[in-house]
Design a protein around this ligand. Sequence first.
Ligand code: NAD
Length: 257
Amino acid sequence: MTHKTVLITGAASGIGLEIAHAFLKAEMNVAILDFSQSAIDAATVQLAAFHQHCAFFACDVTNETQFMGAIDDAVAQFGGIDILINNAGVQYIAPIEEFPSDTYRRLLDIMLIAPFLAIKKVLPLMKEAGEGRIINMASINGLIGFAGKAGYNSAKHGVIGLTKVAALEAAPFGVTVNALCPGYVDTPLVRNQLEDLARTRNVSLDKVLDEVIWPLVPQKRLLSVEEISDYCLFLTSPSAKGVTGQAIVIDGGYTAQ
Ligand code: NAD
């Protein structure tokens, strides 16, 4: 049996790691690209049962030579790429007047330029194969503003625009391109942010959830990483072949208000 191959950036932790796990359970090959060696080491242990179908490539997606080299290595190892998931992301919060310009550029590099470079590299392979699926991890911050998140919001709005253009260009070749827009997902990153907020305010985590987060989220819960990986499985399934160019929102009702 020929296994399909999925390449996921930023997949050594959080949402990306769960997506990798879901695709491995679905018997696909998974190439994990990440720049954190400690996260790669931990993920290697966590995914040890799948070692025959899982490969790790340490690289910084903002370093074009390194990033393109890692994609070449993944193609050489697995024979192609059927599914690309641009997932690597970072947060930085500060008002625009205090936002360092180089940090703003770095956020765009990681969450907008890197997906552009990966699509540019992988789309010709998918076109040649006559099929392929691309998912860009955006956010509800790609649809609405959020004070303090100039870099993150700009990148996530941009990647939704990139998704639509790529979808139009890829559509005649059997390739779909979509963006996922999660709200608050229960990851170590989000937990740490909420705990920081609780410490700053000198209140409990539950109080932060009750007073700050739940008023924004009608379902009054954090999303699970499995809810996001399930959507990735759906978007890469035959049932989703007509879905392309969309920014798909999974947010517990946040943006409905
Ligand atoms: P995370 O910090 O757990 O994972 C992000 C991964 O990206 C890390 O493993 C990190 O090492 C990697 N990474 C960061 N910069 C990189 C670079 N330059 N090169 C290579 N790898 C790099 O975060 P997460 O919460 O799992 O977020 C994953 C994606 O989902 C991000 O794009 C994020 O914006 C998006 N997202 C997250 C949430 C949420 O609530 N957690 C909500 C909406 C969207």
